[in-house]
Design a protein around this ligand. Structure first.
Ligand code: AMP
Length: 192
């Protein structure tokens, strides 16, 4: 079983690479952002609360996210492995993930950091906004990106040393063309 975390700031290419891994390796992509957007699209009361949080670029509470991902991992389509795209995003989420995987008798194969130049991210997000079918995400604009990047640096970046300390953090060059990034990830996975 191969269970992977893809880590990196908004626009690093996590979703793109997760989709390629899902199609190529039969691993299930678990994008917490997609799950939250589906909840919002369903028009529930819970979704309405989430909408304001996502639009602001802030994070949804650890408690909600941990429960959401724990339930999702239990589903049958994750039994051969999964790719976490957008989770964990805080140190408490990373620690809760360790505990829940231990409970479920699963473990992490690799934590892959997509290393990118922050100055290139606005252009990538603007490109995604222009290309998204059905219109851009409400948080894919310069203002929200600024906030999301600040949140990444303050709350998510501290999980990098957490995984480094465990000896499972691996880095790829997220500025390389998509195919090359995929190749680098494949090489890492072949070794782990
Ligand atoms: P993403 O599609 O991964 O960029 O996520 C979009 C938004 O969903 C984020 O800016 C957060 O508001 C929320 N979100 C996604 N994943 C998480 C998470 N693991 N913890 C907290 N909030 C999250």
């Amino acid at each position: 079983m191969t269970n992977i975390i893809l880590l990196g700031p908004p626009g690093a290419g996590k979703g793109t690479q997760a989709k390629i891994l899902e199609d190529g390796k039969g691993l299930k992509q678990l994008s917490t952002g997609d799950m939250l957007r589906a909840e919002i699209a369903a028009g529930t009361e819970f979704g309405a609360k989430l909408k304001n949080i996502l639009e602001s670029g802030a994070l949804v509470s650890d408690e909600i996210m941990i429960e959401m991902i724990s339930n999702r991992i239990d589903q049958d389509d994750c039994k051969d492995g999964f790719i976490l795209d957008g989770f964990p995003r805080t140190v408490p989420q990373a620690k809760a993930l360790d505990d829940m995987l231990a409970d479920k008798r699963k473990d992490l194969t690799s934590v892959i950091q997509l290393v990118v130049d922050e100055n290139a991210l606005l252009a990538r997000i603007e490109k995604r906004a222009a290309e998204t079918a059905g219109g851009p995400r409400p948080d894919d604009n310069a203002d929200a990106l600024k906030k999301r990047l600040a949140v990444f640096n303050e709350q998510t970046a501290p999980i990098l040393p957490y995984y480094e300390g465990k000896g499972i953090l691996q880095k790829v060059d997220g500025m390389a063309p998509v195919d090359e990034v995929t190749g680098q990830i494949a090489k890492l996975l072949a070794k782990s």
